[in-house]
Write a new protein. Structure first.
Lengths: 366, 366
């Protein structure tokens, strides 16, 4: 480890870039976590050391997000994809219906899994224009008796993001898959009944999903669910019913500490706005050479999706970018083109490098 | 990282000790995995680099265990605890019954989760003697029409282990929770329809469970299961339907390579026998000061459970052991006393140190 390790500008959509100080601390502590003589992977999840890991992560998340005391914070396995199943199992009583706002691939997956298990309505489905914008409140077809209203705060693939939550009918709990914009800007948690997020975008590595659930929702959980799919059991045991994904929780804890140190969610939001702003500006000033997929009012701060004049140029763009250590820019096949994912840990220098490259590429190929 | 890091003898029952060369390689590659300029936590699970990680892990496991070609190897989330639910959901048709051999806490948990979802019979339940021995074949009350027969090859808490598989009735698939003796000795995989194991004992860190399933079983999986709970989908997508627990899979891969390098499962089995043999010998030669929980013919090579003359001495034993860097020896509350877990990565030197301490402790307190 004498040589300086190579690092690239990592635009991967998730798993994604982690803060360098986090990686360095994990490296430093690998053989001996805080004097235990063990890696954090080797200590018992029932030990006081690991309890401190998971409890500190929870406390730091509560501070960062200003989570009210009547919410539980869980660290579970299975990603947001398993939440798509746990949610209706736990919070949609037999015979009841749930509403979903379908704004992209992830909203559709959440809808499809819920539909397997019971009555599921689309309060909106933006497929007709390939999910290039979000519905306004007046467009929502809302069921006043829905068990809950589900939305996806940021669609990683299509690059559309909510900054003002949809408003459910009175008494209908609001549920959010926040996987790809979790802790990227401040939100008012009290508007939500349940927020869940896979960690592998803004909060840490793959392998842990973080549901934040209001206490009264737990009372609605049916008896006798499979224990691993039961929010109530997981909340009662502080996410330690069985062995949790210890390493992933540990890294999330380090990431949360890093966010606190640099100034919390207001500062993270400022940085994220600045980063995305540079790329959108480059798109808007390209005279149509670069075309954003998302409509202006729905543009994601996390994932900037854009096309070039043709697919050949898009291939060439990705390939030349890679040579400059701008990695992970190829878009998802369902949108095509390019996608620049710039999560919390992504540095502004990488965005400046991308924008410079975009201008050069247009000059050479426009 | 200039000073030599402290390391202890880690008898933790899981999460457990990992091979030191594995930790060192993970440390070395933390900032730049194989020249990518990214940590393995930061690369895409769809990248060729991660595909190599997961495919190499699978190939090495196939080699080590001599897994026939008509079996799929999966890397999933949720631990063995979620397998307790997936198993009956996938492999017990509506209206059918499944048989469980209950030999300890883990067998009981598997039984209880299956019982929530349908008809579940105990082919044996060894609770009457606090799970201190395994049933012989003739004691099993087997249903010739069972959807499957489930057993737990090693009970981590009680310290009893199967070395010859129970024999199911003709045509009944044999299913095994092998979490705590997985890849600790050679087995004949072709006797099994499904083997699954949480990684955090012998194979890696927490956060990944490894089911190995025979192809024809996949044909029995009902349509329209929740996608994250569907063996067929997970097998079809090579465990990459959604983002897998990348880091845990990576560490498992390093552990498998380490096992291959030191001589594979025959050599691992030889080492494990030697280690457990030393502790059982110390128990047997203590004139009753140390009393094994498991009956001689059911003794686990992985987890040696034993009592001392009274609880006060047990507390003192654990406390003095800890001062000698012999960590994690306190037994589970449902058995009491001590438990020495000596998984694959546990070094013989640590066992020698324990045995020496046992003798000294007896001399001073016997």
């Amino acid at each position: 480890m004498s040589n300086q390790p190579k690092r690239v500008f990592n635009f991967n959509p998730g798993p994604a870039i982690l803060p360098l100080p986090v990686l360095k601390q994990a490296q430093e502590e690998m053989l001996d976590y805080k004097g235990t003589g063990m890696s954090v992977m080797e200590i018992s999840h029932r030990s006081k050391e690991f309890e401190a890991v998971i409890q500190t992560a929870e406390a730091d998340l509560r501070t960062l997000m200003n989570i009210p005391a009547n919410y539980k914070v869980l660290f579970l396995q299975g990603g947001a994809s398993l939440q798509f199943t746990m949610l209706p199992m736990n919070l949609r009583p037999a015979g009841a219906s749930a509403d979903y706002i379908v704004t992209g691939s992830w909203g559709k997956k959440a809808f499809d899994e819920a539909a397997k298990l019971g009555t599921t309505r689309a309060a909106a489905n933006m497929k007709a224009t390939n999910f290039d914008h979000l519905p306004i409140q007046a467009e929502l077809d809302l069921d006043p008796k829905a068990a809950y209203l589900h939305f996806t705060s940021n669609e990683t693939i299509h690059g559309v993001e909510y900054f003002t939550e949809p408003v459910p009918p009175a008494g209908v709990p609001l549920v959010c898959d926040a996987s790809s914009d979790f802790i990227s800007h401040p939100i008012d948690v009290s508007k939500y009944a349940l927020i869940y997020a896979g960690a592998q975008k803004n909060a840490g590595p793959a392998g842990v999903v973080i549901p934040i659930i209001r206490d009264d929702l737990l009372e609605k959980v049916p008896a006798n669910l499979p224990v691993m799919l039961d929010y109530k059991t997981m909340a009662a045991d502080g996410s330690l019913y069985n062995t949790p994904p210890c390493w992933s929780v540990y890294i999330v804890g380090l990431v949360l500490k890093w966010i606190k140190e640099i100034g919390g969610l207001p500062e993270i939001a400022r940085r994220n706005q600045a980063k995305a702003g540079l790329v959108y500006k480059a798109i808007d000033e390209s005279g149509g050479f670069y075309r954003g997929h998302a409509k202006t009012d729905s543009r994601s701060v996390m994932n900037v999706t854009f096309r070039l004049p043709n697919e050949q140029l898009e291939e060439q763009f990705a390939s030349e970018a890679k040579k400059r250590d701008l990695i992970g820019l190829k878009g998802h096949r369902s949108v095509g083109g390019m996608r620049a994912s710039m999560y919390n840990a992504f540095p502004i220098e990488g965005v400046e490098s991308l924008v410079e490259f975009m201008k050069e590429f247009q000059q050479n190929n426009g």
